[in-house]
Design a protein around this ligand. Structure first.
Ligand code: MG
Length: 449
C-alpha cells in the first residue's frame, strides 16, 4: 500500500485528503501510465461525485486519453462498460460503504478486474514524480457520454432466466444501485418494490448491508409477503439478502448457497474465497464438486486468482461476489439476479438456508490508528501462541490461527483506522471465550505499539 492507494484504491474524506487537485493528478497519472487509449469513468451518488469525476476526466484528457463518461453508475456497470466499449481502463468515483463525507477513486483493468497493488504502485510512482504526459493542443483527449444500462440488462437476461415471477424488495441504500438493480429485477419478470432508491448522496441507512442496517428491508419483506429482499452498498458491488420470512441471511450462509448454486449452474470446479471465510463454505460445496481456494482479503485478490487459474465462482463473506462467466468486477446487481434464479430452481431461501452447516462467527472492530497497525500486528503474531494453543498460523493476509474446530483472523482494515477480529467456532460459548481473549490481545498490542 502506498501513500494514496489502500486496499480499495484511494478512499478519503472529501476536500481534506481527497481534493479536486489530487483527483486531477490521479487522472494525469493514469493517462501517463496508459499513454493513449480510452477510459470509462463512472461515479456513485455521493455529493462530491461530479466534482471529483470532472477533475479525473480533466487530468485524463490533458494526457491525450479519450474518455467515455457514463455518469452515475454502480461499480459493476462501469466494469461491464469497460468490456462493452473495449476500453483500456475504467475509473470509479466511489467510497463504497463508507460514510457520506468520504469518496474514493478506484481503477479497473480492461478485463473488468480492479488494478492490482503492483499496478497501483506504478500509478503512485507517477503521481509522486509529478512527471505527467502533456498532450499538444491537437492531441488533447475527446470525451463522449454513454449509457450502457440497456446493454447490461440485455446481456444479463441472456445468462439468467426465471420460470416464475417473484415479489422482490430492493433496497439500494440511496446508492448507485438505485438506477439498475430494481430495473434488472423487473426485466426478469418480477414484481419489484424499491426502497431507498433516490440516488441523492444523502444516505437514509448505514451503507454496509447487515442485519441492523437492513431492518426496514426486513420489515417490508414481511409486510409485503415478498419472496426475497435484496440490498446493496453505495456502489452496488456487494449484496445483502433477506429471506422470505424477513430474516437477514448471514453472509457466510449466503456465500455457501450461491457458491453451491454456481457449481450447479456452471459445472464443478474451484470456488475462490478469502482467509476470513469460514468452514461452512468448504463443507457445503464439497459434495457439489467444489474445491475451495483461499486468497488474501479483497476483490482484487479473488479476481486475480480467478483470472490466473480459473474457477466457477469467487466471493468474500462481505457479500462481494465475482461470477467469472459474467465479469471479473464484483457485481451485487447481477448477484441479485442469480439469487432469484436459485430461488426459482431450488425453492424458498428460508428453506435453502437450513441446508448450510452453521458455526458461530463473531466479528469485532477495535479502533487502531493507521500508523500503529504494522507494529500491533507484529506483537499479535508474536504473542498469539501464548494466548491461544493453535495448530496452524497463516499469514498471507493478517494473521489467521486455526485448529480443527475454530479459527481466528486478526487483520488491520485497509480502509479505516480499525483492527478487525473475525473468528469461528462450533459453539457460541467457545466463540465468546475466544473473542474475549482475542480482544484483550489486540487491545494490549495496540497500546504497546
Ligand atoms: Mg462497494
Amino acid at each position: 500500500m502506498g501513500k494514496y492507494f489502500g486496499t480499495s484504491g484511494i478512499r478519503e474524506i472529501v476536500n481534506e485528503t481527497l481534493t479536486p487537485e489530487l483527483a486531477l493528478n490521479v487522472g494525469k497519472a493514469l493517462g501517463t501510465y496508459l499513454s493513449g487509449g480510452t477510459v470509462v469513468v463512472g461515479m456513485d451518488t455521493r455529493t462530491s461525485g461530479e466534482m471529483l469525476k470532472r477533475a479525473v476526466i480533466s487530468g485524463l484528457l490533458s494526457t491525450g486519453v479519450d474518455v467515455i463518461d457514463i455518469g452515475l453508475a454502480p461499480t459493476p456497470l462501469t466494469g461491464f462498460a469497460i468490456r462493452l466499449y473495449g476500453a483500456d481502463a475504467g475509473v470509479t468515483i466511489t467510497a463504497s460503504h463508507n460514510p457520506p463525507e468520504y469518496n474514493g477513486i478506484k481503477v479497473w483493468q480492461p478485463n473488468g478486474m480492479a488494478y492490482t497493488p503492483e499496478m497501483e504502485n506504478e500509478l503512485e510512482a507517477i503521481l509522486e514524480s509529478g512527471n505527467f504526459r502533456k498532450a499538444t493542443w491537437n492531441e488533447i483527449g475527446s470525451i463522449r457520454r454513454a449509457d450502457p444500462k440497456d446493454e447490461y440488462i440485455k446481456k444479463a437476461l441472456e445468462v439468467v432466466h426465471l420460470d416464475s415471477s417473484y415479489t422482490v424488495v430492493v433496497d439500494s441504500g440511496n446508492g448507485a444501485g438505485s438506477i439498475l438493480s430494481p430495473y434488472l429485477q423487473r426485466e426478469l419478470g418480477n414484481r419489484v418494490i424499491s426502497l431507498n432508491s433516490h440516488p441523492t448522496g444523502f444516505f437514509v441507512r448505514e451503507l454496509e448491508p447487515n442485519a441492523k442496517s437492513l431492518s426496514a428491508l426486513a420489515k417490508t419483506v414481511r409486510a409485503m409477503k415478498a419472496d426475497v429482499g435484496i440490498a446493496h452498498d453505495g456502489d452496488a458491488d456487494r449484496i445483502g439478502v433477506v429471506d422470505d420470512e424477513g430474516n437477514f441471511v448471514e453472509y457466510e450462509v449466503m456465500l455457501s448457497l450461491i457458491a453451491g448454486y454456481a457449481l450447479r449452474k456452471f459445472g464443478k470446479g474451484k470456488i475462490v474465497t478469502t482467509v476470513d471465510a469460514g468452514f461452512a463454505l468448504d463443507d457445503y460445496v464439497k459434495p457439489l464438486g467444489g474445491e475451495v481456494i483461499r486468497t488474501r482479503v479483497g476483490d482484487v485478490a479473488v479476481a486475480d486468482e480467478l483470472a490466473r487459474h480459473g474457477g466457477v465462482f469467487g466471493g468474500e463473506p462481505s457479500g462481494t461476489w465475482i461470477i467469472p462467466q459474467w465479469n471479473l468486477t464484483p457485481d451485487g446487481i447481477f448477484a441479485g439476479a442469480l439469487v432469484l434464479e436459485m430461488i426459482d430452481r431450488l425453492g424458498p431461501l428460508s428453506e435453502l438456508a437450513k441446508e448450510v452447516p452453521r458455526y458461530v462467527t463473531l466479528r469485532a472492530k477495535i479502533p487502531c490508528p493507521n500508523e500503529k497497525k504494522a507494529r500491533a500486528m507484529e506483537l499479535i503474531a508474536q504473542e498469539a501462541l501464548e494466548a491461544f494453543d493453535y495448530e496452524r498460523l497463516i499469514d498471507i493476509d493478517g494473521v489467521r490461527i486455526e485448529n480443527s474446530d475454530w479459527w481466528i483472523l486478526f487483520r488491520p482494515s485497509g480502509t479505516e483506522p480499525i483492527m478487525r477480529i473475525t473468528l469461528e467456532a462450533h459453539t457460541e460459548e467457545k466463540a465468546r471465550e475466544l473473542m474475549e481473549k482475542a480482544e484483550k490481545l489486540v487491545r494490549r498490542a495496540i497500546e504497546r505499539a
